[in-house]
Design a protein around this ligand. Sequence first.
Ligand code: SIN
Ligand code: FE2
Length: 203
Amino acid sequence: MGTLLNGIRHLPDYLDRAAQERLIELVRIVVAEAPLYTPEMPGTGRPMSVRMTNCGSLGWVTDRQQGYRYQPFHPVTKKPWPAIPAELLDLWERLAGYPKPPEACLVNFYADDAKMGLHQDRDETEFAAPVLSISLGNTCLFRVGGLNRKDPTGSFRLSSGDIVLIGGEGRLAFHGVDRIYPGTSMLLKNGGRINLTLRRVNS
Ligand code: SIN
Ligand code: FE2
């Protein structure tokens, strides 16, 4: 695609295969404690195709009644989210360029037919920290635009082990996932894609 807003960086192949496998193990531990659930769009209650869970002191959730928000507990089990694994905190320290640790790690699971519409990440109060995004499993087509929904967009593929930083002037850029390419990675035995996003919520 053309030029990305300053502060949006794509780091292809940042994690090697061993690091990816380790992260999948950690995600399995998180999901055992905090199961994936199906989020609902605010207002309509329409289910999202992506299933989600979180780790961290806060997690991003959405449902029909209360909409998009961060909360300290799982919406179904009502238990506190498990802690963010040290490996992920290390990645944040290395790449985020922000002095405080992330409070939230959103875990998105995309089945091969799932997608995510164009949106901004704006439920945080701290926009000086980037969102750090990790791709695992099948490749996706990632779309990024500008700060207004109608701005032109471009797209590129994110493969297993890629990292994207959404920060700086691009922190509030519109972005989404158009599609998953089935069979493009052997990391997840049953296919699909996992995306982890580390987020600083409060300044
Ligand atoms: C998101 O915007 O929360 C997910 C981005 C991705 O799946 O790469
Ligand atoms: Fe997002």
